[in-house]
Ligand binder design. Structure first.
Ligand SMILES: Cc1cc2nc3c(=O)[nH]c(=O)nc-3n(C[C@H](O)[C@H](O)[C@H](O)COP(=O)(O)OP(=O)(O)OC[C@H]3O[C@@H](n4cnc5c(N)ncnc54)[C@H](O)[C@@H]3O)c2cc1C
Length: 340
């Protein structure tokens, strides 16, 4: 928060009440903001870290409509922030929303510093985060040989070298195929005895048909070693408990994502993986949905509280999808506000 203040960013809400409060400033939250304020709604957006979310960290986005030559995540974010501000969105950056509650007709958010802001419609657009690998030696080597996800821009750095991948789902398979175009050898480390499932059969077949990919099942990473940069990985055989060491210049981690719903636990209904249920996906019983009317599109189990983007159960997890959901959700907000 202090950093945000030093950078001249707004860190406090200027009013106690807004018609709409948006939690999260990724593509979904920024689209919420542009569409809410362009419809004349008094809107506050609260972002924990920096606007842009996951998309803001992308080095080059090639599949976003309207940018045939691609666009960096930073450029797309700057444009969206400027657009939201131009329409009058208040944007608070630097502290998370810690809790939310309902005091009809208000929805109230509590910030990390204890301040509270109330609203009529609350939008949860908090996205998701990559799951971190909690293994000795990993943390100091992140960015120095250890990368989360398919770090496309890093692939060329490891041309002709040996790299490893942790994970057994489709994202790991796609990553392995991608890195096999650059690296001398790609070793895929999988804790389960085999790959399929959860990896799709077509990917397993392609991995098996690629000469410089080796899949090592039944192992888990027990340590990463290196002096300022990754050099070696210590592997533990799950069944035998024995350890061995392999050389690796880079490690790409694909062990899944987790929704950013920690502040909403027990408040809105979630699916088995912790993503927020909305609209027609809500179970049809009184405990999950309390009103006679049907939930609106993007409305959660709490009337007047909406969710959009990657945090929503069933979301497509793409930038264009998050922007589409973020803008469409405001239509539901407007319909809800007519009932308050
Ligand atoms: C490296 C990378 C590259 C990608 N490249 C592409 C691509 O090329 N094309 C594509 O279509 N998709 C891409 N994606 C996926 C895309 O970025 C996501 O689908 C999209 O960002 C989802 O948007 P969102 O707004 O729903 O969530 P997010 O982008 O996750 O944003 C959520 C925001 O909410 C904030 N937040 C969370 N909790 C709180 C809280 N309690 N209080 C306040 N703020 C909170 C977070 O700090 C974050 O800024 C990429 C993802 C990554 C990680």
């Amino acid at each position: 928060m202090e950093l945000a203040a030093k950078a001249g960013l707004q860190t406090l809400a200027t009013r106690p009440f807004y018609e709409v409060v948006i939690v999260g400033g990724g593509p979904a939250g920024l689209a919420n903001a542009v569409y809410a304020t362009s419809e004349g709604l008094r809107t506050l957006l609260i972002e924990h870290h920096a606007p842009g979310g996951q998309a803001g960290t992308s080095s080059f986005i090639e599949n976003y409509l309207g940018f045939p030559g691609g666009v960096t995540g930073a450029d797309l974010t700057n444009r969206a922030v400027a657009q939201a501000r131009r329409f009058g969105t208040e944007m608070m950056v630097g502290q998370p929303v810690m809790a939310v509650r309902r005091e009809d007709p208000y929805r109230i958010v509590t910030l990390a510093d204890g301040a509270e802001v109330s609203c009529h419609a609350l939008m949860l657009s908090t996205g998701m985060a990559v799951r971190e690998l909690e293994v000795p030696g990993i943390a100091p080597l992140v960015g120095a040989g250890v990368y989360y996800g398919a770090a496309m821009s890093e692939a060329a750095l490891y041309r002709g070298q040996d790299v490893a991948i942790v994970g057994g789902a489709n994202s790991a398979g796609q990553g392995a195929l991608f890195f096999s175009r650059y690296a001398r050898r790609v070793t895929v480390l999988v804790r389960k005895p085999g790959l399929s499932p959860p990896m799709s059969r077509y990917l397993v077949d392609r991995l098996e048909a690629t000469p410089n990919i080796e899949v090592v099942p039944g192992v888990e990473l027990s340590e990463a070693q290196g002096n300022g940069h990754l050099e070696r990985l210590v592997l533990r055989e799950v069944a035998a408990g024995t350890t061995r060491t392999i050389e690796a210049a880079a490690l790409f981690v694909f062990i899944g994502v987790s929704p950013r719903t920690e502040a909403f636990l027990g408040f809105v209904a979630l699916d088995a993986k912790g993503f927020i249920l909305t609209g027609p996906d809500l179970p049809r019983d009184r405990r999950a949905w309390p009103l006679e009317r049907d939930p609106l599109m993007f409305e959660t189990s709490v009337p007047g509280v909406f969710a959009a983007g990657d945090v929503r159960s069933g979301a497509n997890r793409r930038i264009a999808a998050a922007v589409g959901e973020g803008s469409a959700a405001i239509f539901s907000v407007q319909r809800y506000l007519q009932t308050v």
